[in-house]
Structures are given as structure tokens and as C-alpha cells.
Design a protein around this ligand. Structure first.
Ligand code: C2E
Ligand code: MG
Ligand code: MG
Ligand code: MG
Length: 284
């Protein structure tokens, strides 16, 4: 009997594996057309400044509405795009679209809202990136200092020398630079300090337990002390409730982002999301 059950389990995993593989191949094949068919879009999530208690920025987060599979996460399709050359056209589309949409939004609401956009490790190796960023800014009228580019710690550590050169170059155009998912990439502090960064985003895995665990709080406290000592602004991501927000505020964190303040939202609904975030930022 145990034997039959065992065999059943093997068959079950086999089916699951086959379905996963099939989905992978299908998505990979459809990604090229997704760009041309307008299936990609950007959601924007508010980021609150904890000193002014106002929404100061939004992060552009890529979405793919697949005709059969519905919304596909960037965690799933960005790696596919990175394995082909599609990441370059997708990355360029993200930059020009986000910069254009937020420039328009700022004009419409007369707001000094900043934009954060994510860069792939592959874009860091593209010598044409700085020019593309500058072109997008010029076409939209968004001031360079209103744009902050986020690069994950692991992307920066993939090839630190190339990354450092690229960041220096981007910096010359006046854009700001942030390290994303900090704490997950095993970087050496010495290497990080050599990069021209403006801010550091603490990974949400560290924020998760911050209101429940002294150890988490101590860890975040020390990351923040280190960042502030070298003049980096600190942003906490993954803030899901009021107690986490209260702890971060008490510790002197500069900015916060998370479902508690607001979820990623299509641009036509962003005004409502920002309004709620502004209210949440004050009430505790
Ligand atoms: P990220 O840049 O670290 O973005 C934050 C992620 O955390 C987003 O996931 C966001 O929806 C999610 N998040 C925000 N608040 C909370 C919260 O309170 N709780 C939880 N559990 N999650 C929260 P998303 O949108 O699925 O994006 C995942 C990752 O995909 C991003 O992580 C980023 O690394 C990558 N990505 C997204 N858009 C782009 C893009 O345009 N280009 C590139 N290269 N990568 C992108
Ligand atoms: Mg990010
Ligand atoms: Mg992050
Ligand atoms: Mg992340």
C-alpha cells in the first residue's frame, strides 16, 4: 500500500513539474509579443516620508496581463527577459513610460512627487543606458533629481566594478541611486561605500518581524545607523501594519513603503491610493 502511495506521489510531482515547465515555456514564448501587444503596464506604490508624513515618491512596478494566465508577477518574467535580449526593450519601455506617466501626474496635481524605477542587472551592463535615461527625462520634462533608480544588492555585487562605473555615469546625469533589497546580497560594506548611492532600501524580510522581535529591531537599528553614518537615506519596504510603522518611526527611518500604506495601483487610480497613504501616514 505504501508503495502505491509512493508511486502516486511521484506521478503527482511529475504532473506538477510538467505543468510548471509548460507554463514557463509558454510565458517565455509569449513575452516578446507582450511588449508589442501592450500587455505590459506599470503599477505605482506610494512611499511615505516619515519626517513630513506625506507621500514623497512612488515606485513603478511592472505588470504583465497575459491573455490566458492573467497577471504574471515580475519575479516570474523578469528573469525570462534577462535570459533573452528582451530585457533591453522592456527596460527601455519601463523607463520611458514611468517617467512620462509621473511627469504628467506631477503636472496635473501640481505635486513634487518622485519616481523610483527598478533596473535589471543586465541594464547595468548596457553602455547605452545613461543616454536612454537622459532621453526619457528630456522627452517628459521630469527633472533628473526626481528620478531614483533602484538596483538590488545582488545585481550590484554581480560585477561590482562594472556596476560602479555605470552608477558614476548615471550620477553625472543627476539621477539618484538606491540599493534595493538590502540585507539579502552578502555585499561587503567596503564595496558598498565606494558606490555613489543616495539611499538604501531594507529588504522586507527584516521589516516583517520588527514589531515582534527584539533581534529584528536590533538588526534594523544597526543597518540604519550604518546607512545614516555614510549619509544614505533609509527606506523600509514591506510595511504591512501600523505597529511596524510605529517602530520604524521611533527608530528614525526616513521613508516607508508597504501594503499598509498602499498597494501598487494603476496610474488612473493612483490619486486615491496616495490620499489613503497620506492619511495612514499620520494616524497610528
Ligand atoms: P522590489 O523592487 O523590491 O519591489 C517591492 C516588491 O514588494 C513589489 O513586488 C511589491 O508589490 C512588493 N510589496 C510592496 N509592499 C509589500 C508588502 O507590504 N508586503 C509584501 N509581501 N510585499 C510588498 P512586485 O511588484 O511583485 O515586484 C517584485 C520584484 O520584481 C521587484 O522587487 C523588482 O525587483 C522586480 N521588478 C518589478 N518591476 C520591475 C521593473 O520594471 N524592472 C525590473 N528590472 N525589475 C522589476
Ligand atoms: Mg524596487
Ligand atoms: Mg525591494
Ligand atoms: Mg524585491
Amino acid at each position: 500500500e505504501a508503495k502505491t502511495r509512493g508511486r502516486g506521489r511521484v506521478a503527482f510531482f511529475d504532473v506538477q513539474l510538467r505543468e510548471r515547465l509548460q507554463r514557463y515555456l509558454e510565458l517565455e514564448q509569449d513575452l516578446r509579443a507582450a511588449v508589442d501587444h501592450g500587455e505590459l503596464w506599470l503599477a505605482y506604490q506610494p512611499i511615505v516620508n516619515l519626517h513630513s508624513n506625506r507621500v514623497a515618491a512612488v515606485e513603478g512596478l511592472l505588470r504583465w496581463t497575459h491573455p490566458r494566465h492573467g497577471t504574471v508577477s515580475p519575479e516570474e518574467f523578469i528573469p525570462m527577459a534577462e535570459e533573452s535580449d528582451l530585457i533591453h526593450s522592456i527596460g527601455a519601455w519601463v523607463l520611458s513610460t514611468a517617467v512620462e506617466q509621473i511627469a504628467t501626474y506631477r503636472d496635473k496635481f501640481d505635486l513634487d512627487l518622485r519616481l523610483k524605477a527598478n533596473l535589471s542587472v543586465r541594464q547595468l551592463e548596457d553602455p547605452e543606458l545613461p543616454q536612454a535615461v537622459d532621453d526619457a527625462l528630456r522627452a517628459s520634462g521630469l527633472p533628473a533629481k526626481a528620478l531614483s533608480l533602484e538596483i538590488t544588492e545582488s545585481a550590484l555585487m554581480h560585477d561590482p566594478a562594472t556596476a560602479a562605473r555605470m552608477l558614476q555615469e548615471l550620477r553625472r546625469y543627476g539621477v539618484r541611486l538606491a540599493i534595493d533589497d538590502f540585507g539579502t546580497g552578502y555585499s561587503s560594506l567596503a564595496q558598498l561605500l565606494r558606490l555613489p548611492l543616495d539611499s538604501l532600501k531594507i529588504d522586507r524580510s527584516f521589516i516583517n518581524d520588527i514589531a515582534r522581535s527584539r533581534d529584528s529591531e536590533a538588526l534594523v537599528t544597526s543597518i540604519m545607523a550604518m546607512a545614516h553614518a555614510v549619509d544614505l537615506g533609509v527606506i523600509a519596504e514591506g510595511v504591512e501594519n501600523a505597529s511596524q510603522l510605529a517602530v520604524l518611526r521611533r527608530l528614525g527611518c526616513d521613508q516607508a513603503q508597504g501594503y499598509y500604506l498602499g498597494r501598487p495601483t494603476p496610474v488612473h487610480e493612483l490619486a486615491g491610493t496616495i490620499e489613503v497613504a497620506n492619511r495612514r501616514a499620520i494616524i497610528e
